[in-house]
Write a protein that binds this ligand. Structure first.
Ligand code: GLC
Ligand code: CA
Length: 564
């Protein structure tokens, strides 16, 4: 397998707004990250992925860019950026930037020009339609609620926005637009950025005939996915970017909804020259019931094992993958996939074990290394995600959902759960800021914080550090094959990683009850030495039923290595 820095490294994702405020305005910023670079380095990670930092009016927290070559005012300026980048490089880490090129802000100069007249040079940088009988051209509903079309009163035409109306979609069929985008990407490449996460990238092409979407189960709008996602022209645009902008030393990652381990090769196939790997949505909704305010039990085989194993066992030629549970669009890992109450520490450590020994590049979402949890006591006014309020009118004010259920749903599934400030210490506002944070701090910060866990050798934080160090030492965890054991086991995820004569055995009990595992012949424990266990004195405490069967306690996880 081809060796690459981005396969061997471990990544750390930072939601800049919520990481560290350096100047007391309640908003995280670049200088805040600079202050914390030694902390990040102390985790043992090799690359930092930052959510968007470009200039933006913040309708969607930076995913609505008004200047692609400048920094968001609240985050700092280009000098801060240069200092941050060199601080990262000095510490032998790398930087991955988020690039939002599917749409811009409606406050971008291109859009401001575009709405001046139909003849304006920038008109065609966006996607327009006259509409029908004073109505939008079709029934497409946007991802953030409401119609995907907005009327521009001045010119009397509708523009397309698959996200909010302040995020008009760019027209990638326009060659000049593509050239401007390539120049912009080259500008960041020229500064020394090591990789890019391309936002909503499989939406670059749209079906410009704008057919109506299918209306499912009495929905207000039609399903537009078949007409705005994974269209063939996306491949041409990605190949063009790879050819004209990026080199082999960059990592190019795409966010690709609707793509799974069976079809991701269309973008990541090593001969395609499009993307190195993709972020999927496989684990985003695990445990979510039919309604957002309901939870269902996790089906380990279907929800987790089939998917994670599916990614890990793809043919080499199909490309690489990340291993991640959470990001800024999900809920908190331990709340969704573990037990954030009774087994907080054990389940967070079990999940860390799985993530850092699986096949693919681990992306640790900020705060997961201390087991940050959902903000499950937030009220409507505590939320900040704009889409929550659009949907509130669509569902609650129109009487479809009760206020109580809506809030319960947000507590369980809102992406604001994973955007609360980093919990640095037990002081006011968790040491994130000296003033009012832009979004409330999770009320458990006195219990769950970095300072406390740094001092406690049994903490989640120190467990992460140990596993990250192990992954860096054992290339078997990077390039080794992946073989599942006792596949049908409904409670335990167990597998072997094998490279040449080295074998690593990993066993993880996914639930808060005892469970038994049937070992395969290659996994008989007599050939292995225990390396990591999330229970104290793991060596002495293994419950052996007989030579083939072991019993794991609630959320117990173990990593064994074969003797050389
Ligand atoms: C992606 C981002 C998400 C954002 C959307 C629109 O899905 O991850 O946070 O809201 O794109 O840019
Ligand atoms: Ca600030």
């Amino acid at each position: 397998m081809q060796k690459k820095w981005w396969k061997e490294g471990v990544a750390y994702q930072i939601y800049v707004r919520s990481f560290k405020d350096s100047n007391g305005d309640g908003i995280g910023d670049l200088r805040g990250i600079i202050e914390k670079l030694d902390y990040i380095k102390s985790l043992g990670v090799d690359m930092i992925y930052l959510n968007p930092i470009n200039k933006s009016p913040n309708e969607d927290n930076g995913y609505d860019i008004s200047d692609f070559e400048d920094i968001m005012i609240e985050f700092g300026d280009l000098e801060d950026f240069d200092e941050l980048l060199s601080g990262i490089h000095q510490r032998n880490m790398r930087l991955i930037m988020d690039m939002v090129i599917n749409h811009s802000s409606d406050e971008h100069p291109w859009f401001i020009e575009a709405i001046k007249s139909k003849e304006n040079k920038y008109r065609d940088y966006y996607i327009w339609s006259k509409g029908k009988d004073n109505k939008p051209p079709n029934n497409w509903g946007s991802f953030f609620g409401g119609s995907a079309w907005e009327l521009d009163e001045n010119t009397g035409e509708y523009y397309l926005h698959i996200f909010s109306k302040k995020q008009p979609d760019l027209n990638w069929t326009n060659k000049e637009l593509r050239q401007d985008m390539k120049n912009m990407l080259k500008y960041w490449v020229g500064k020394g950025v090591d990789g890019f996460r391309m936002d909503a990238i499989n939406h670059l092409a749209k079906d410009m005939r704008f057919p109506d979407g299918e209306v499912k189960d009495g929905a207000l709008y039609g399903d537009f996915i078949p007409y705005v996602q994974n269209l063939p022209e996306v491949h041409d645009y990605l190949k063009e970017l790879k050819r004209d902008v990026f080199t082999d030393s960059h990592v190019v990652i795409g966010e690709t909804g609707g793509i799974n381990y069976e079809n991701a090769h269309v973008y990541t196939g090593v001969d395609n020259k499009e993307l190195d790997f993709t972020f999927h949505f496989d684990l985003h909704s695990v445990g979510k019931g039919e309604n957002p305010w309901e939870r269902v039990d996790i089906d380990l085989i279907k929800d987790i094992k089939e998917k994670m194993t599916g990614w890990a066992t793809r043919d080499e030629k199909e490309g690489w993958c990340p291993v991640f549970y959470s990001n800024h669009d999900t809920t908190r890992t331990v709340s969704r996939l573990g037990d954030d109450k009774k087994y907080h520490k054990l389940s967070a450590k079990m999940l860390a074990t799985l993530q850092l020994t699986h096949k693919g590049t681990p992306f640790i979402y900020y705060g997961d290394e201390i087991g940050m949890t959902n903000a499950d006591d937030f009220k409507l006014e505590d939320y900040r995600d704009a889409s929550i309020f659009t949907r509130y009118s669509e569902f609650v004010l129109s009487g479809i959902v009760s206020h109580e259920n809506y809030i319960k749903g947000l507590n369980l599934t809102s992406r604001d759960n994973s955007r609360t400030p980093m919990q640095w210490n037990a002081k006011e506002n968790a040491g994130f800021t000296d003033s009012n944070p832009w979004i409330k701090v999770n009320s458990n910060y006195q219990e769950v914080n970095v300072e406390k866990q740094e001092k406690d050798c049994d903490s989640i934080l120190n467990f992460y550090k140990k596993l990250i160090a192990l992954r860096k030492e054992e290339l078997t965890l990077v390039y080794g094959t992946f073989e599942e054991i006792d596949k049908e086991n409904p409670s335990i995820y167990a597998y072997l990683r094998i490279l040449e004569d080295k074998k690593i055995l990993i066993v993880c009990n996914f639930f808060g009850r005892d469970a038994q595992l049937m070992l395969s012949e290659e996994a008989f424990l007599s050939n292995f030495k225990l390396e990591v266990c999330n229970y104290e004195n793991g060596e002495d405490n293994l419950q052996i039923v007989n030579e083939k069967i072991i019993n794991l306690r609630p959320y117990e996880s173990r990593v064994y290595i074969s003797e050389r």
